[in-house]
Design a binder for this molecule. Structure first.
Ligand SMILES: NC(=O)c1ccc[n+]([C@@H]2O[C@H](COP(=O)([O-])OP(=O)(O)OC[C@H]3O[C@@H](n4cnc5c(N)ncnc54)[C@H](O)[C@@H]3O)[C@@H](O)[C@H]2O)c1
Length: 472
């Protein structure tokens, strides 16, 4: 292949430089981006030339990692200035979730290719806009759902699809990871020195900081995060869609949960389960637990030994795993096949290769795929938010269409009891079985109350000048 054919199109078109190195800008240099920087520094044919963060301390930290490796990158506070830099071919967006869509759209408009972290959007409406932007500006946009690149998980999916252990009966994705209390602040907190809070807040409502930590704990505030369903659950929902080959949204879904045993500043549930039914596919459950196995306990619950991953139950056995590969067992629990994985380490390489070839079809998590998976998080969360306090008996009645669903409800109830949650009252918030029309962008099935709550949350009121544009 000649140099000319592997030139990243954006920079080649702009300055015609005979340089096949893809020059990257990193937007958002918090905890996740540091791992990305270390990984990207080890790859050939790519150079980090710009970093952007609204927190001067995080920007400095990112630059010091680069300096240690002899790399100098321009620093920016405002991503729009980074996007103005013609030396930048492509950007890696690692901001909090409420910025993902707008940053992606701005980057596409500026002619940059994009790697955007999961969930690629903060709400349902943004999904359409990021895909429109990627298509209009012909950008190569990869979602940061790296399990799609895991060698072992991909092989296991093939094995299951070939019917080697019979028909799939159900799939259960789960992530049981303790989340400590955030504490409760008495009033608005001082914004840390060196942070541009207007830029940090961006498209979200401008509210005083009402928690101890600005960074990371935005996950538990609906204005900026998507709870653990849009965080850890984003991977499990994506794994389910990947394993089942789901290319549409579920025909109906129900979500239950609550925030328990943590009287703190977090809003989002710390125990949550989504039940999804896709057309012509087995039922899916994605379940998250942020509490230990019992009050004050040191361990987390597990399902067949899994604390983060998936169980795919088939007629003659099951798969257990996900990121990092996994194992096929027979129904007596005897190992049949092992699929060692690589934790999706080539996900960036897959993106960089597609930038060179301009073949978006070769991306393992092209933006449309990323949007679909993000939409699963949003459907689950909007169903949860439109739910009402419900007795366990009623929850069981509602979801109990098949054995594993009933077992899951029982298991959640026992888990809550072990954490001293009184289930005699209606302790679980539970939705009805709802449906979503992605063309009309409208919910149904949730009752007048449920539908109206969910419909009102399809698109937020953005804060000027950070509106996600109607026309990209
Ligand atoms: N794929 C994965 O496995 C994985 C793992 C962890 C995190 N993530 C994703 O990465 C993203 C970041 O997570 P994190 O844990 O690093 O969060 P974080 O809060 O530690 O870091 C976010 C950084 O973005 C900066 N930022 C905020 N607004 C910005 C703006 N407008 N411009 C530039 N920088 C801005 C913040 O100052 C902060 O430094 C999240 O979307 C998360 O879901 C993905």
């Amino acid at each position: 292949m000649s140099m000319a054919t592997i030139l990243p199109r954006a920079r080649a078109a702009k300055n015609g430089s005979a340089n096949d190195t893809i020059q990257l800008g990193i937007i958002g240099v918090g905890s996740k981006a540091r791992g990305h920087i270390e990984h990207l520094l080890g790859l050939e044919g790519v150079r980090i030339v710009a970093l952007c963060d609204v927190d001067a301390a995080n920007l400095d930290h990112g630059q010091s990692i680069l300096r240690e490796q002899g790399v100098r990158a321009k620093g920016y506070r405002d991503m729009r200035r980074l996007l103005d830099n013609p030396e930048v071919d492509a950007v890696v967006i690692v901001t909090p979730n409420h910025w993902h869509a707008l940053a992606t759209i701005w980057a596409c408009q500026a002619g940059k290719d994009v790697y955007v972290e999961k969930p690629v959007t903060h709400n349902l409406w943004e999904g359409k806009k990021v895909v429109e932007a990627a298509r209009k500006y012909k950008r190569v946009v990869q979602a940061g759902t790296q399990n799609r690149s895991d060698t072992g998980f991909r092989q296991a999916i093939e094995y299951i699809r070939e019917g080697r252990i019979g028909k799939t009966q159900w799939m259960h994705g789960l992530w049981f990871k303790e989340r400590k209390s955030l504490g409760r602040v008495p009033g608005p907190q001082v914004i840390p020195d060196g942070v541009d809070y207007d830029l940090w807040t961006g498209p979200a409502p401008m509210e005083p900081l009402m928690r101890q930590r600005l960074h990371y704990d935005w996950h538990w505030d609906w204005d900026t995060g998507n709870g653990d369903m849009g965080n850890l659950g984003a991977h499990q929902l994506d794994d389910c869609a990947h394993a089942l080959g789901a290319t549409t949204l579920p025909k109906r879904f129900l979500c239950l949960g609550g925030r328990y045993a943590r009287a703190d500043d977090g809003e989002t549930p710390n125990v949550q389960a989504a039940f999804l039914e896709f057309e012509n596919a087995p039922p899916v459950i994605v379940e998250l637990r942020g509490l230990p196995h019992q009050t004050g306990g040191k361990y987390m619950d597990n399902l067949r030994g899994v604390r983060s991953g998936n169980i795919v139950q088939c007629e003659n056995g099951y798969f257990s795993g996900g990121r990092g590969g996994g194992i096929i067992y027979d129904n007596d629990g005897k190992r049949m096949e092992k699929f060692p994985g690589d934790r999706g380490l080539t996900h960036f390489e897959n993106w960089l290769e597609a930038i060179r070839t301009r073949k978006r079809s070769s991306l393992r998590a092209e933006i449309e795929v990323g949007v679909r998976s993000a939409n699963l998080c949003h459907l689950a969360n909007l169903a949860f938010r439109s739910g009402l306090p419900t007795t366990t008996d009623e929850v069981e009645r509602r979801v109990g269409q098949y054995g594993h669903a009933t077992d899951t409800v029982h298991s959640i109830a026992s888990h809550l009891e072990a954490n001293d949650v009184d289930l005699k009252g209606a302790a679980l918030t539970c939705s009805q079985w709802m449906s979503y029309d992605s063309v009309k962008m409208e919910f149904s099935g949730g009752g007048d109350y449920g539908n109206s709550i969910a419909n009102a949350l399809v698109k937020p009121n953005y804060r000027a000048p950070y509106e996600v544009p109607k026309r990209v």
